[in-house]
Ligand binder design. Structure first.
Ligand code: MD3
Ligand code: FE
Length: 224
């Protein structure tokens, strides 16, 4: 989709999607839109199932040889990958040999509307990484820096079981703040916070009507 398409989507979608959400600043150019995606959550969860039916969730193996505890798949023009050779975006899923599934319309609507609500009206994601957390799965502190142009924001949508998110600074040593992320929360990170360190603490056991024993996270990026 073009940036103009994205803006048009966003205007319409923002109205119903944001009807019952509240905004919390996490710092410069980082905003948590609590409940922004709650109305869309069932549709998003169903769309994740369709994506995973084509490109299944898998534990990717890092260049150091360790399987990640979080299971991942992708949709969109390109998908994020890690393997023995490094980290990159690729248009092909190495597990199927085919292209990643197209980005569902429901994904694009939520991502562009949230970005617009956060002050990024022309966000046009070309990649969506889908993370699935089972109890104990975690993401250690890292930066997202495999994208070409850091002037684009990143939009993250949380679904299912709650997570303890670690929100660090521009240096690894900066002490992270703890942020609770619940199903339906959307966070938009751009500009001044785009390269901040962040992570997710080990998921606790639980049961959620939408996702059962899992947490799902959508990470929308403009990678190319
Ligand atoms: C802060 N996933 O896949 S995106 C990831 O809950 C990742 O699974 C998180 O971090 C998860 O890389 C949610 C949170 C996020 C993404 C990009 C950021 C936070 C960010 C960029 C800058 C600062
Ligand atoms: Fe990240």
């Amino acid at each position: 989709m073009t940036q103009n398409d994205a803006a048009l989507f966003a205007v319409g979608a923002a109205q119903w999607l944001s009807a019952s959400s509240s905004r919390t600043s996490l710092g410069r150019d980082a905003v948590q839109l609590k409940g922004f995606a709650t109305a869309a959550a069932p549709e998003l969860t169903a769309a994740i199932k369709s994506v995973a039916a084509v490109s299944p969730f898998r534990h990717m193996v890092t260049p150091g040889g360790w399987p990640m505890s979080v299971e991942m798949t992708n949709c969109g023009d390109v998908g994020w990958l890690t393997d023995a050779t490094g980290y990159r975006y690729d248009s092909l899923d190495p597990d199927t040999g085919g292209r990643w599934p197209a980005m569902p319309e429901s994904f694009l609507r939520v991502a562009t509307a949230a970005a617009a609500a956060a002050g990024f009206p022309s966000f046009a994601p070309d990649a969506c990484l889908i993370n699935r957390y089972a109890p104990g799965a975690r993401l250690s502190l890292h930066q997202d820096k495999d994208e070409r142009d850091f002037s684009h924001p990143i939009v993250s949508v949380s679904l299912g079981l709650p997570a303890v998110f670690l929100w660090g600074g521009s240096k690894r040593a900066d002490k992270p703040r703890i942020v609770a992320l619940h199903s339906g929360d959307v966070v938009v990170w751009g500009a001044a916070s785009r390269l901040n360190f962040h992570g997710v603490k080990a998921l606790s056991d639980g049961n959620h009507p939408l996702t059962g024993t899992f947490r799902l996270n959508l990470t929308f990026r403009h990678a190319l």
